[in-house]
Write a protein of this length. Structure first.
Length: 355
């Protein structure tokens, strides 16, 4: 098949990482794959000054992205506003990957291929575009989602009765389980984000409660931005900004439990990656967490925004006897052994061919 992914500007987001993985695996399977992406918009001095006066920090253009050094072709369009027929090769399949690109794909000619919408998140949480985000799911595009949670959202909110689920997976060559003992100092890891739906405020409140119960608590955090003034990390945190991908498994393996406090998440890839490294996970009931985690077996799942429950389950894992924790660690790794990117890519290709 000739397959085209329509994407936002290249970056290091988890969503773009998944697209890059599928683009390369589909290429290896013999398909002709192109990623068409918008370039990063130019910010004039006047715009930069306005943002500065509003207290907004300048956001440098990312020097690297998950689209670097791919087997699939990458085409950056000259237009920062939209992608049109002139930018997209004729083909069998064209795939929207974000709510803005869904509108672009809907307007492409039939020559560009059957139209799909690869949904990795429920994009309604920014008040500036929540209505447009929601309306994008009503466009006449065939949906593919990454979790049962998203499938249920598409069904209940938008009347989509038959949406295939293609779960994300784990690179088992990168995220490797090396059996190890519980840490001598109780240690939590998390991915830091300033996005409201990531639930960083909830996670930090839960950690405050845990710190009172376990004063020796340590936190390992990583992310792509500097911690925000409205969401400061506590003094007992060690922060890794934009760590190399090879360092992330070490962070998971150096912690007793991974904290995932999102209020809404299409999948939540760090949940699987932490588990693959033998790190039990305490998570909110969103994304892949309800599918991957069994309470008391390899972690815990609690209701969204339930600070007390998050804190309680964190304490349970951190206070577990060494042999109990080691069993949870092994169970976490075992639970995600079957998640394979190659298997998911085959399912993804089958969805494109069947519809």
């Amino acid at each position: 098949m000739k397959i085209t992914f329509i994407c936002t500007p290249p970056n290091l987001s988890g969503g773009n990482r998944v697209i890059a993985i599928y683009a390369d695996l589909l290429t290896e399977m013999g398909h002709d794959v192109t990623i068409v992406a918008q370039p990063h918009p130019h910010v004039s001095r006047k715009q930069a000054l306005k943002r500065f006066l509003k207290g907004q920090r300048p956001q440098p253009r990312p020097e690297k992205s998950h689209f670097d050094n791919m087997k699939a072709r990458l085409h950056l369009t000259p237009n920062t506003e939209r992608i049109t027929d002139d930018d997209v090769p004729d083909g069998d399949v064209v795939i929207a990957t974000f709510w803005t690109t869904a509108y672009m794909v809907a307007n492409l000619s039939a020559a560009k291929g059957r139209k799909f919408y690869f949904v990795q998140h429920h994009e309604i949480h920014n008040p500036l575009y929540s209505e447009l985000g929601a309306a994008s799911y009503r466009l006449p595009l065939r949906k593919i989602v990454v979790s049962n949670w998203l499938r249920d959202v598409m069904r209940s909110e938008y009347g989509e009765g038959d949406v295939p689920v293609v779960p994300n997976a784990v690179d088992h060559e990168q995220f490797v389980f090396h059996p190890h003992d519980k840490r001598s100092v109780p240690t939590v890891s998390l991915m830091y984000s300033g996005k409201l739906f990531k639930g960083m405020d909830i996670s930090l409140k839960a950690l405050d409660i845990v710190k009172k119960r376990l004063p020796e608590l340590s936190l390992l955090a990583f992310g792509t931005i500097d911690p925000l003034e409205r969401l400061p990390l506590p003094g007992y945190a060690t922060y890794h900004k934009s760590p190399p991908q090879t360092d992330i498994p070490r962070i998971y393996a150096a912690s007793d439990v991974y904290l995932f406090g999102s209020s809404s998440e299409g999948f939540g890839l760090p949940v699987l990656e932490a588990m693959a490294c033998g790190c039990p996970v305490v998570a909110t009931r969103t994304g892949c967490a309800p599918d991957a985690i069994r309470d008391g077996f390899n972690g815990y799942v609690v209701d969204i925004d339930d600070v007390e429950a998050l804190a309680d389950r964190l304490v349970r894992v951190l206070s577990a006897a060494p042999d109990v924790w080691k069993t949870m660690s092994q169970n976490a790794a075992n639970a995600v052994e079957s998640y394979s990117w190659k298997d998911s890519a085959r399912i993804f290709a089958a969805c494109l061919e069947e519809h």
